[in-house]
Design a protein around this ligand. Sequence first.
Ligand SMILES: *Cc1c(COP(=O)(O)O)cnc(C)c1O
Length: 223
Amino acid sequence: MNIAQNLKLIKSTLPEQVTLVAVSKTKPVNALMEAYNSGQRVFGENKVQEMVEKYELMPKDVEWHMIGHLQRNKVKYMASFVNLIHGVDNFKLLKEINKQAKKHNRIIDCLFQIKIAKEDSKFGMSTNEVSKILSSQEFLELKNIKVTGVMGMATFTSDKVQIKQEFDSLKTTFDNLKPLETFNFKPQTISMGMSGDYKLAIACGSNMIRVGSSIFGSRNYSV
Ligand SMILES: *Cc1c(COP(=O)(O)O)cnc(C)c1O
């Protein structure tokens, strides 16, 4: 199977409202180009420097999503072009994104990362923390960001029952936050599901899936 075939196969199973983010981290530009040439335009990376390098080499109609854990001091390198930042897990980071977006006269779309996994290693906020942010005066001052939804990562386990519970909890969080809509909080996206669990995620209400290895093959971190 090649990349174009993998993409075609996955896309043929996706409901219309689901956006496929092709997670291309660690993969070379020629692999991304293969996906691009078969029509894929949305790519996800988890390291800022790698995303910037690929941005410079790829056609300019690519939509770049930052899906990884993000440090505040790295935001400036991608503020001119990033389309969606999935992993916003604290207010200071959101403020920094707003500041850098303003410099470029842009509005940057973001998702709040919600902690749904029981594993300690996963990042994210609670529904409560997010509601607090959304109802604060400080949030309303951020005119250069728009929070368009939530993102979550399930526990790394083969226990489908547990994964389903975690996905359900993200959908519930989304539904609970929805009434808090403001000019800069326009909830529409639920980013959940990866290669191993995207079908379950969609069944639980996901409308944005982040798929890497099922498109590009397994990753080798040692090279
Ligand atoms: C790597 C990664 C993915 C894709 O994982 P696959 O199992 O290869 O599909 C999705 N989301 C995040 C946040 C990732 O870091």
